[in-house]
Ligand binder design. Structure first.
Ligand code: HAM
Length: 426
């Protein structure tokens, strides 16, 4: 039963993006679009929800996302649908559905989209977050792994974040990983009693994720476990060496992190994360990797691919912690505040507003009679570059007073051909 007087507010783990914060959002999205374009990526938008089976088959049934975090519902036609818990599978589905394998390969996409995960909310971890994502589909070259990392690196630096750290690893492929997992399990098998409850489940369901455990009691077992990098097959090893060589050539510093594994099952070979300079628990600003088996898993031809997702809220939180203020919203020279004194001037103002807005000029004005002082205060708080003042004297001379908000200089301006004069004067 719904409580009658329950205060209505944003659902847990979500937030409103208020007007004052929009400058950060616009900034980060602008840099994302610019960087994606420089690297030759085109925008793709997929539906907010997909058939649930798309995520079961790609993200993986033993993962936290599928087991605990998906917003899944049945629609009125009894189809099971899921709000997008990540961006890669939908793009892969679109690639197959629209026959994009017949385009010149690779096909390079980017997206900026909300993602929904029923997580335990905490700093930088939300139930709805936005991701800037990149997917490069149809080419197995190691150069593309480095390129995608380079893109994420460039993007983060361009937003204004400094001191970022890149962690990379290779988790092998179907050829070498099964043998590694066998060794990993036999290492853990004798220590099962000492493991945390979650690791006991991981041991059976998703042993690679044992390496992701942060619990104190599991650290020794983890530290002494076999390292995947020692068990890569020749192809995976060569691929990883080339990724590192190219990163070095491009002056991108990295730390090889053998325990870096990801929370999604579709990765093969290279995986990576970029963190801000300061340490923290949930800090990846962006993460991704290669996923050569995913397209085939959902009915496409075997098609290699690589990409990343980067959380926009986390970037904004980091920018704020660095006291970074995006390029100030510039006063639009084409914007004007109209202040009026008296009823006749009010009527004149209404027709002036209409005329200016129809000509594409941004207009601010008071909606009720207020003192000139109060109107000038509002004008100062708006982003108008100039204020046009109309009172009785101005009406009789048919000339308004035009106040430049920055220089504070007032000039006279005929009220008849305002649009021409205002645009001439910008
Ligand atoms: P992911 O690591 O789950 O990967 O998410 C990518 C990024 O999204 C994270 O590094 C983080 O910046 C942000 N993020 C994730 N969860 C949250 C959350 N609950 N609240 C705030 N930010 C969050 C993927 O989703 C893959 N689809 C990435 C990918 C693309 N791999 C290949 N292509």
């Amino acid at each position: 039963m719904e409580k009658k007087n329950r205060k209505l507010q944003t659902p847990r783990g979500t937030s409103d993006i208020l007007p004052d914060d929009q400058v950060y959002w616009e900034w980060v999205k602008k840099i994302a679009i610019e960087t994606a374009s420089i690297f030759g990526h085109s925008r793709i938008d997929t539906p907010m929800f997909e058939d649930t089976s798309l995520f079961l088959r790609t993200v993986g049934e033993g993962t936290d996302i599928v087991e605990k975090e998906m917003y899944t519902f049945q629609d009125r036609g009894k189809d099971s649908l899921t709000l997008r818990p990540e961006g890669t599978a939908p793009v892969a589905r679109a690639y197959i559905e629209h026959g994009m394998h017949s385009l010149p390969q690779p096909v390079k996409f980017y997206y900026i989209t909300p993602i929904f995960r029923y997580e335990r909310p905490q700093a930088g971890r939300f139930r709805q977050h936005w991701q800037f994502g990149i997917e490069t589909i149809g080419d197995d070259s190691s150069q593309l792994d480095s390129e995608v990392i380079h893109l994420l690196w460039t993007f983060l630096l361009k937003t204004g974040i400094s001191g970022i750290r890149l962690l990379i690893n290779s988790i092998g492929d179907d050829n070498c990983r099964p043998e590694y997992l066998r060794l990993l399990k036999s290492h853990y098998e004798t220590k099962l009693d000492d493991l945390c409850a979650e690791c006991k489940v991981r041991f059976n369901k998703n042993p690679l994720r044992l390496l992701d455990c942060k619990q104190e009691g599991c650290q020794l077992t983890k530290a002494t476990s076999p390292k995947i990098l020692d068990y890569l097959c020749h192809e995976c090893e060569t691929h990883f060496e080339r990724v590192k060589e190219t990163l070095t050539l491009w002056n991108i510093p990295y730390t090889v992190t053998p325990e870096l594994v990801r929370g999604l099952d579709y990765y093969t070979k290279t995986v990576f994360e970029i963190h801000p300079g300061s340490e923290g628990s949930q800090t990846a600003l962006g993460a991704g990797g290669r996923y050569d088996g995913l397209i085939e898993k959902i009915g496409g031809k075997p098609t290699p691919a690589v990409g990343f997702g980067s959380g926009i809220e986390r970037i904004i939180l980091t920018l704020k912690s660095l006291n970074f203020i995006p390029e100030e919203q510039k006063l639009s020279k084409d914007s004007i505040y109209i202040a009026y004194i008296g009823i006749p001037a009010y009527e004149k103002m209404l027709s002036v507003i209409n005329h200016l807005r129809n000509s594409g000029i941004t207009v601010y004005a008071s909606t009720k009679p207020r003192s000139l002082k109060a109107q000038l205060r509002s004008a100062n708080n708006s982003s108008a570059a100039r204020t046009l003042i109309i009172g009785e004297d101005e009406l009789s001379s048919n000339k308004g007073k035009l106040l430049d908000m920055q220089s504070n200089i007032t000039t006279e301006i005929p009220l008849d051909n305002l649009v021409e004069l205002l645009t001439l004067n910008t």
